[in-house]
Write a protein that binds this ligand. Structure first.
Ligand SMILES: NC(=O)c1ccc[n+]([C@@H]2O[C@H](COP(=O)([O-])OP(=O)(O)OC[C@H]3O[C@@H](n4cnc5c(N)ncnc54)[C@H](O)[C@@H]3O)[C@@H](O)[C@H]2O)c1
Length: 363
């Protein structure tokens, strides 16, 4: 195959911000073509086709999946539709990139993974944090022993809640702060440390009514969750995720080892590494201001990526294209997404029952 011919299902916020602009020109010499777009609200499909140069538009996803010129499909619709559309797309023999979460139940996720395997098509699931260069670098530092024994990780993924999409706050549309936002923090932490063994959580609805598109909307989902994790290797973790954070200056990911700490701000900006031993300065583009931790009465080394040491942005569409054309398995795989889904479902069960839940899946 010389390139990839795309069909995009769902022409809403994330498609118009991220996917549709990304499908043009070429990637690494492989031509990309936007063959078709689809939205259940036909005017959105018409307008996206015009704006982003798709050759065809559809209102029914079945018609896009029947289009023989579409090789690869991006499913970027409301959460409640991911399982149905994802399964239909792999059944149609298309390579599929699904927005997070892969599905709402493990059985649905299993069916999509199994069908993709049987048909020999690529299955990639958002978010792509394992491809983030800062995630890759942090994983290298963890496995090289630079941080000593990693004992605790913390991550938060929160914002104030969108003011234009009512389905985000309603169970019937697939709304769930767990499936929509905690998925980011959990993907980061499992991407860094591997599978989780046990989950405990609390959840609440902090804001029971919101104004969306100028109208009052009853919130019937939990909008504020706190999750405790025990990883298979014994490391503990905490995740905070909510729609009640107006602003946040704290680092979003913290990794605490016996010899060092990494702070990552939103996983997109240069990170800080505090090393007790100060012996990891060989990384290109890092500098060494020294700070003193009074209570330890010994110097710590701070490493900070300089502008020249900044790493290139990651791009999930580029990775998807590379996997299709070069016949590689996507790193953000279906199995990985299923494990993250199991953590989220276990967290919801724990919040309901007050029990700690043991996990079964891995990746
Ligand atoms: N908006 C963001 O910033 C953001 C960021 C990351 C991920 N996401 C994820 O992307 C997905 C979509 O979110 P969004 O914010 O773009 O939502 P959105 O409501 O803006 O867009 C979803 C679109 O899908 C269409 N749609 C729904 N069911 C359909 C069906 N059966 N067939 C065809 N079209 C259908 C809707 O009409 C709508 O236009 C969700 O999984 C969300 O979690 C969103």
């Amino acid at each position: 195959m010389g390139g990839v011919r795309f069909g995009v299902i769902g022409c809403g916020t994330i498609s118009t911000l991220a996917y549709l602009p990304a499908i043009k020109g070429e990637y690494a010499g492989y031509p990309l073509e936007l063959v078709a777009v689809c939205d259940a609200v036909e005017e959105k499909a018409v307008s996206a086709a015009k704006r982003f140069g798709a050759r065809r538009h559809y209102a029914r996803y079945e018609d896009l999946l029947a289009d023989p010129e579409v090789d690869a499909v991006i499913v970027a619709t409301n959460i409640a539709t991911h399982a149905e559309l994802g399964l239909a797309a792999v059944r149609a023999g298309k390579h599929v990139l699904i927005q997070k979460p892969i599905a709402e139940t493990l059985e649905e996720a299993d069916r999509i993974i199994e069908e993709a395997r049987r048909r020999g098509v690529k299955l990639q699931v958002e978010p792509p944090h394992m491809l983030n260069p800062f995630c890759v670098r942090s994983r290298e530092l963890i496995s090289s022993g630079a941080l000593g024994q990693v004992c605790l990780v913390q991550a938060s993924s929160s914002h104030a809640g969108a003011e234009d999409r009512p389905w985000l706050f309603q169970r019937a549309g697939g709304g769930s702060v767990m499936l929509d936002l905690a998925v980011h923090a959990l993907t980061w932490l499992t991407g860094l440390l591997g599978p989780v063994a046990q989950v405990t959580a609390m959840a609440t609805t902090s804001v029971p009514e919101r104004v969306i598109n100028g109208e009052p909307v009853k919130v019937d989902i939990e909008d504020n969750v706190t999750i405790l994790l025990r990883f298979r290797d014994g490391c503990l973790g905490t995740v905070v995720s909510n729609y009640v954070t107006i602003a946040n200056k704290a680092p979003t990911i913290n990794i605490y080892g016996t010899d060092g700490t990494i702070h990552l701000e939103s996983g997109m900006s240069p990170f800080l590494l505090f090393s007790r031993k100060g012996k990891y300065l060989e990384h290109d583009g890092w500098l060494e201001p020294t700070v003193y931790a009074g209570h330890l009465a010994r110097p710590l080394t701070v490493q900070r990526a300089t502008p020249s040491g900044e790493l290139p942005p990651h791009n999930s569409v580029a990775h998807f294209v590379e996997c299709i054309v070069e016949d590689k398995q996507p790193v953000p795989s279906g199995e990985f997404a299923r494990h993250v889904l199991e953590i989220m479902l276990a967290a919801m069960e724990s919040a309901r029952s007050g029990r700690t839940i043991e996990l079964q899946t891995s990746f």
